[in-house]
Design a protein around this ligand. Structure first.
Ligand SMILES: [Cu+2]
Length: 225
């Protein structure tokens, strides 16, 4: 092989490698979630209304089949992020619209509601302190902030309902469970939150993919003074 031919092969391989690197970086930048700011302009002493939803498949973006959380911004728009900036020492009134089906929990402990104001949550208007995932439609996800001792199990919807949501953002036309609770933010800091149900279908023990990805089943409360 001539020197020119070898050089041509080398350069074309280099081109392919550079192209792949650019694709990976672009994919990373595109998938990096933004942040919703609930702290700026917040009136001291007023509770913050935090409205989130969980979906069985986000339906768009780089991982359309992944389970995910979404959050509603101040203008009512559903945003695909799990990074929330919140004011310190403030009551956060959370509403979670859970649109995903569920299963029996591997660990019954995470069927308990813990760490919320009053130690309780409401499920479709009824107070609950524990969900028995071995009956009904099981538990689909949890909303848990381990460093604050907060855990709220989210009961699954009937997977055979005629109106199961298949594309986010979901709305009241789809079958859902409405979970409400309040908690109080501590002082400033970064507090990781996550789901503890191994809901990453298709990944080892269900714990990969969306379970390990900020923006899907993990996030941060960025509490500011
Ligand atoms: Cu989950």
């Amino acid at each position: 092989m001539s020197r020119a031919a070898r050089l041509a092969i080398f350069l074309s391989l280099l081109g392919v490698a550079l192209g792949l690197i650019i694709l990976v970086v672009a994919d990373f930048l595109r998938s990096s979630p933004g942040r919703i700011d609930f702290a700026t302009g917040h009136q001291s002493g007023q509770p913050v209304q935090l409205h989130v939803q969980t979906v069985g498949a986000i339906g768009y973006g780089v991982h359309p089949t992944w389970v995910s959380y979404l959050v509603q911004d101040a203008h009512g728009k559903w945003v695909h992020t799990t990074l929330w900036q919140l004011p310190a020492h403030t009551e956060i009134d959370v509403t979670i619209d859970q649109y995903d089906s569920g299963s029996a929990l591997r660990n019954q402990q995470i069927g308990l509601v813990t760490g919320t104001n009053g130690g309780t949550a409401s499920l479709n208007g009824n107070p609950v302190s524990v969900i028995d995932s071995n009956s009904g439609n099981g538990v689909g996800h949890t909303f848990s902030i381990p460093s604050l001792g907060i855990n709220v199990p989210l009961a699954g919807v009937d997977p055979n309902a005629p109106n199961v949501c298949s594309q986010a953002p979901c709305d009241a036309k789809s079958v859902r469970n409405e979970v409400k609770f309040s908690f109080t933010t501590p002082g400033p800091g970064e507090y990781p939150w996550q789901c503890f149900v191994p809901c990453g279908l298709g990944f080892l023990y269900g714990n990969g993919g969306p379970m390990q990805a900020v923006g899907y089943m993990d996030g941060f409360l960025q509490v500011v003074s």
